[in-house]
Each structure stands twice: as C-alpha cells, then as structure tokens.
Design a protein around this ligand. Structure first.
Ligand SMILES: [Zn+2]
Length: 128
C-alpha cells in the first residue's frame, strides 16, 4: 500500500509540474525519474484508479491521444499546438457559458479548446 501511495504521488507530482495534460507514455517517462523502476503498466493502473476516484480527468480530443490532468486544475482553457500536437493549459479564466439546455439534455460540463502555435514551436520557426 505504501508502494502504491508513492507511485500515485509520483504521478500526481508529474502532472502538477507539467503544466499540461500528459499521455500515459509522457507520464511514465517523467515519473520514472522520480521513482526509478516504475513500469508503464503500473502507470496505466494508477491512471485507471485515479480516474475512477475522480482525481484525474481524461482530456480526449479528436485525432489526439487521450491525455490526463489532475481534476483540481481549475477552469482553464486547453490549447492545442498545430505544430507539435501538444495540449497545454491556457492560463486564462474561461467564462462559463450558461445556456438553456434543450429538452432531455442535462449539461454537466463545458470544454473550451484553443488552437495555435505553442511558444516552443514559435521559437523553432523563428530560428529556422
Ligand atoms: Zn508546439
């Protein structure tokens, strides 16, 4: 159980510090630096457990691998870079839109996606 807590803590730390939602592979790459020997299968299992506990949210956009973020991230917009396909948090407060749900629909969430070029890719383009 202690082992599992350390695995979970490593995954949470990686997601907190990344500043953007991460795919299971990205989580694994970063988490092994904190906890050497951590396996990819364990990462997947932890992601599943954390998701079921609603501590982790899947960020799933068309044409993108599913990425994960911590649930307590606040209401921020997501930004997808057209160059590198990375998903970032856009550190702006996105106003919640209140609409009258059509008959039979119960709205439980809202997602705002922005697209463009991330600072890394913009810099690479300048250098080229
Ligand atoms: Zn980029």
């Amino acid at each position: 159980m202690i082992r599992q807590t350390r695995q979970r803590a490593a995954i949470e730390e990686v997601l907190r510090e990344a500043g953007r939602p991460l795919s299971p592979n990205e989580i694994h790459e970063l988490a092994v630096k904190i906890l050497p020997g951590l396996g990819l299968r364990t990462v997947y299992r932890q992601i599943k457990d954390l998701s079921e506990a609603h501590l982790l949210l899947g960020v799933d956009y068309p044409g993108q691998p599913v990425r994960y973020e911590l649930a307590q991230g606040g209401h921020l917009g997501h930004f997808i870079c057209r160059e590198c396909d990375r998903v970032y948090y856009l550190p702006v407060e996105v106003p919640e839109v209140h609409i009258e749900a059509p008959e039979g629909f119960k709205i439980t969430g809202q997602e705002t996606i922005f697209y463009g070029i991330c600072p890394n890719c913009a810099q690479r383009a300048d250098e080229a």
